[in-house]
Design a protein around this ligand. Structure first.
Ligand SMILES: [Fe+2]
Length: 431
């Protein structure tokens, strides 16, 4: 359904006037009146659909070259948002997208745990912290063999996030890599590279120009109270696409415009967050489930004039990783709303504590500066199951920061009650 067009039935009667049931009438209005905000982008209501000439004019020359060298047609503008006919209006339409099981092959499972093939081809590898983050030097991601891709998947899944500077990476190659690691997520309304759905454009400068209210004062408000202030840009701690039936597995963000100073990103380890908990707390949480929501809101067909609603999906709060077999805490302040079976007050107290475990323990986090040599981009490839991340918007849009992101959706989340604590194994993961 993700790429299909939502069909409007024709109900023209004898008077020649279109008569539709009320919900269809509302949908028809939203799809046809360009002044109505069909994307319901929380931060940037002025998003236009299709390709954007104004955006193309904002695009730095170096990015344009990367795209045109890969035969991306920019003549009608940049970036591209799906047409109004393809964007879901109602919650049930959005929920139906990928609401069926997709086959998934876990590439990291069974890969060489020492990653010999990958590391032999590299000139250097170093961990950035004890618990999360590794940088590999001397490899071009576009040249990896399948064996190396399998080993990289497992390394990412153990270390949370792996970085590669000085890359020449065409967007089509980035998408191919993502297709190898899972089912590439095609977002129904997020901006993407023209002609390449699934290669999402990460470009806060553009949102800002389109009306997103982000500034030095407010950019971190979501980290204080996500319910009252919402997430502005990508600054609130989160894990992507947790509302999916099969949420994100490996995600690959390639930045091709990087500020001279700043624009860093942080990640935190869910394995380590789980290991921070007492054994009694682990026992309490093991097997519990929670409600996870989407980033975007949609119209409730039963209450179209009421508040728009998020997609909701229930997943285990402690998940077992299919490749590493390790347990991890699967919560995030932005999109985990309540623990199933608890009262709202109980749920709020426990969830807020769990968010704090992720966010306040600096020893389970890594902060990465993306800088590459001039003319090159930097890639971060992370496990979007067992980590959280957030952007740091200290450059305030004064220098270009732009990237392309490909997310590979993974398995239906599960919890294995037989799994034991894996802290000892995790720390000694490779030599
Ligand atoms: Fe994100």
């Amino acid at each position: 359904m993700s790429s299909s067009t939502f069909v409007q039935e024709n109900h023209v009667k004898g008077d020649g006037i279109l008569h539709l049931p009320v919900d269809k009438e509302i949908e028809h209005l939203i799809r046809t009146d360009k002044d109505l905000n069909i994307t319901r982008a929380i931060q940037a209501p002025a998003f236009s659909t299709g390709q954007d000439i104004e955006g193309l004019n904002l695009l730095p020359k170096s990015i344009r070259k990367r795209l045109e060298d890969d035969n991306i047609d920019l003549s009608r503008g940049y970036p591209e948002i799906p047409p109004r006919s393809e964007i879901p209006v109602y919650l049930d339409q959005a929920f139906a997208i990928r609401n069926h099981e997709l086959p998934y092959v876990e590439r990291g499972k069974g890969a060489d745990p020492e990653a010999k093939s990958l590391l032999k081809a590299a000139t250097g590898i170093h961990d950035l912290t004890k618990h999360i983050g590794t940088e590999i030097v001397g490899l071009q991601l576009k040249d990896l063999t399948d064996k190396q891709k399998d080993e990289l998947a497992l390394l990412v899944e153990k270390r949370g996030v792996v970085f590669f500077r000085n890359q020449k990476l065409p967007p089509r190659k980035q998408k191919e890599l993502g297709e190898y690691w899972g089912n590439v997520e095609v977002h129904p309304q997020a901006p993407h590279v023209p002609g390449l759905p699934g290669v999402t454009v990460i470009w806060v400068d553009y949102w800002q120009k389109k009306g997103m209210d982000i500034n030095f004062k407010n950019c971190n408000d979501g980290n204080f109270d996500i319910v009252r202030y919402g997430s502005v840009g990508n600054q609130a701690w989160h894990t992507d696409l947790v509302h999916e039936k099969q949420p994100a597995g490996i995600t690959h963000l390639h930045l091709d415009a990087i500020p001279d100073v700043g624009g860093d990103t942080m990640w935190a380890s869910g394995y380590a967050a789980y290991d921070k908990l007492s054994e009694e707390m682990k026992k309490f949480l093991d097997g519990k489930k929670a409600v996870y929501t989407s980033y975007n809101k949609y119209v409730d067909r039963a209450d179209p004039f009421g508040e728009n609603r998020f997609i909701e999906r229930i997943h285990p709060i402690v998940r077992t990783h299919p490749a590493t077999g390790w347990k991890y805490l699967f919560v995030n302040r932005s999109m985990t709303k309540r623990i199933v079976g608890l009262t709202p007050v109980e749920s709020d107290v426990i969830l807020n504590y769990l968010f704090d475990v992720y966010e306040k323990n600096a020893d389970i986090q890594v902060r990465f500066n993306w800088k590459s040599d001039p003319g090159y981009g930097t890639s971060a490839i992370w496990d979007n199951r067992s980590t959280q991340h957030r952007n740091i918007w200290d450059h305030e849009g004064l220098e270009p920061r732009h990237g392309t992101r490909v997310t590979s959706l993974a398995e239906i989340p599960y919890f294995d009650p037989n799994q034991v604590s894996t802290r000892g194994i995790r720390i000694a993961h490779y030599s």
